[in-house]
Design a protein around this ligand. Sequence first.
Ligand SMILES: NC(=O)c1ccc[n+]([C@@H]2O[C@H](COP(=O)([O-])OP(=O)(O)OC[C@H]3O[C@@H](n4cnc5c(N)ncnc54)[C@H](O)[C@@H]3O)[C@@H](O)[C@H]2O)c1
Length: 296
Amino acid sequence: MDLSFDDRVAIITGAGGALGRSHALELARRGAKVVVNDLGGSVHGEGGAPAAAQQVVDEIVASGGEAVANFDSVTNPQSIVQSALDAFGRVDILVNNAGILRDKAFHNMSVEDIDAVLDVHLRGAMALTQLAFKLMREQRYGRIINTTSASGLFGNFGQANYGAAKAGLFGLTRVLAQEGARANIFVNAVAPLARSRMTEGLLGDLTDLLDPKSVTAVVTYLAHESCELNGYVYSVAGGRVARIFMAETRGIVLPSLTPEAVRDNFEAINDLDGYFVPGSLTEALEAVQQALKEQL
Ligand SMILES: NC(=O)c1ccc[n+]([C@@H]2O[C@H](COP(=O)([O-])OP(=O)(O)OC[C@H]3O[C@@H](n4cnc5c(N)ncnc54)[C@H](O)[C@@H]3O)[C@@H](O)[C@H]2O)c1
């Protein structure tokens, strides 16, 4: 049976751009009432224009769907939640997708370049999520999808600001997955690769294969009430979907750890054989406890 979103209300930030627009159109096509948020600035976060969000709303309405536009920055999250409450009375789904780039080698990066990127990707998303999360707790239902990036999870030259913000979203996803679970709020993330103005000129002959729609397919599933995944991160690029996770190696346990012992054992410390994917801090601590006890 197709996944439908009748009576669900979704906020999608940065929904005037490539990925956000695609998510908004698809969720609306499947019956969701959508708040299309986008301040319509440049890829570097300068300026703003209502056309970006309005065009997507017009497209949705022309196809018989329901949507309203919000032209504010995610750094003004109250306005975005208020748009959802005024138009549709609730918030069931939040897709944190808005983003900008201010790429530079770290030694040349200004404080403003750092703050602008952290403000949109991390602080804005976090503040908006907190408002939505409170409403979701009250109604005991919610689905939140964050947009992280391989840049932050694996590292990429010239993106210290962006990578730090995107890795921050990974931490937020993991923590909220645990805090929200009992209230039926599930929080996951995607690390996309898709053609957009952000990746213009970077994708080479993969450009045609990297349709934002494939990222939307994963986001749409994660946004559905039948999806019970919680705290997961998926790399999505064209038709490829893979899980990204944080893991620990088995490591070593020595009765007395000295710098020389670390030097002499680094291969064993780094050995990926038998690595472990802790589901929480508690599970990571249990593994430590077990390893330490085994040496007694
Ligand atoms: N395209 C990729 O391959 C790729 C890879 C990794 C991560 N991402 C992430 O995916 C998300 C979407 O990117 P995209 O590729 O569609 O780029 P995009 O530039 O087309 O879309 C981003 C949208 O966010 C909007 N936006 C920027 N600042 C905002 C703010 N303060 N408030 C509200 N809206 C704001 C922009 O106006 C734009 O429409 C971003 O978070 C990006 O970092 C994209």
